[in-house]
Ligand binder design. Structure first.
Ligand code: XMP
Length: 180
């Protein structure tokens, strides 16, 4: 275990087994579609997206969107910024929106609204983690890997100040790292 991690919340093997289950659901739900547009949110979803999509044998296209809501700390800023100049053309398409974690709900709500406004026929949302808390925006993920308590987590794509994204598990940081 990394020395900055106080505890491993979800081990690598547990994540892998859960991905098999989610992938089977996604496959079954979209099996009748000619094509599926995946939109994954950077940077946090990059590990989850790569591991999940390799388990989904559908004809799909992948786009990544850069959105920012944290700006360096451990609390959402409350504002969702789209950092890309050009967004993918989703007009008339079925979209699977992938994010790392559902926290306040602002990110998924804002991006789902944007994709619908851009003409997406259907938007389904998929997150690795759902925080058990009251959300600022009423939003539920269609597919969710794990429910966790309301604590700040890192690893498996999630960062603190740009670090720890490469850890193969989801863990809780030692409090001294956040306060220092
Ligand atoms: P909202 O609040 O919009 O948050 O649902 C979504 C984005 O906030 C980031 N986030 C976290 N990042 N550990 C992180 O490393 C966390 O515990 C955490 N909670 C929220 C994340 O980027 C997510 O996409």
């Amino acid at each position: 275990m990394h020395e900055d991690i106080a505890k491993v919340l979800i081990a690598e093997e547990v994540i892998e087994k859960r991905l098999d289950v989610i992938a089977r659901k996604v496959h079954a739900d979209f099996a009748d579609e000619d094509s599926l547009q995946v939109v994954a949110l950077l940077k946090g979803a990059f590990v989850f997206m790569a591991d999940l999509l390799r388990r989904v044998p559908l004809r799909l296209e992948v786009e990544c969107l850069n959105v920012a809501s944290y700006h360096g700390g451990t609390e959402s800023s409350g504002q969702v910024d789209f950092l890309d100049r050009k967004l993918p053309d989703v007009n008339g398409r079925c979209v699977l929106l992938i994010d790392d974690i559902l926290d306040t709900g602002r990110t998924l709500a804002a991006v789902t609204a944007k994709l619908r406004e851009m003409g997406a026929r259907e938007v389904k949302t998929c997150v690795l983690l759902t925080k058990d808390k009251k959300r600022a925006q009423e939003v539920e993920a269609d597919y969710s890997g794990f429910e966790i308590g309301d604590e700040f987590v890192v690893g498996y794509g999630l960062d603190f100040d740009g670090k720890y994204r490469n850890l193969p598990y989801v863990g809780v940081l030692d409090p001294s790292i956040i306060s220092s």
